[in-house]
Design a protein around this ligand. Sequence first.
Ligand code: ZN
Length: 159
Amino acid sequence: MQWSCSSVEETSLRIRCTCGSTIFDQKDSLPHKALFVSDQLIELMIDKFLEHAHNLGRVNEGRLTLEEWSRQYFLDSFPVPTSAEELLGEIIASLNVRFWREIYECVECRSIVATANDGSLVFYSRDTDEGGRLLEASDSAEVLMSPVERRDAGLLETT
Ligand SMILES: [Zn+2]
């Protein structure tokens, strides 16, 4: 598959595709949207998640207070959440915004619009109708199962 690229016009939650249709981003779980992380940032992102997962354990063991943990990440103006789970959720949401970028697939012409690292949108037109939708999730629930869930569903041979 080959792609060509040009810039596109964007208006908040709507993107005008070069084919004339509009790409909407107005709710969660869109089949024509995905988030991506640069391969150069994956290890750093995982390290950040692990650092805060470790802090969750330290809070649960009484070795770190919620406020101490919150102040390791958020400025003093950010209110300290009332539970470790809430704080971890706030940190994960913040990390997601910092690391992930959006990519969309036009539902009409199946071209791709991606967020560049400077925040601009770049349009990649598709030169063939062959191949499936690029961003839609697999309809196979098996893909998302842990090894234990696969074993319990009889999908994994155990010896
Ligand atoms: Zn299009």
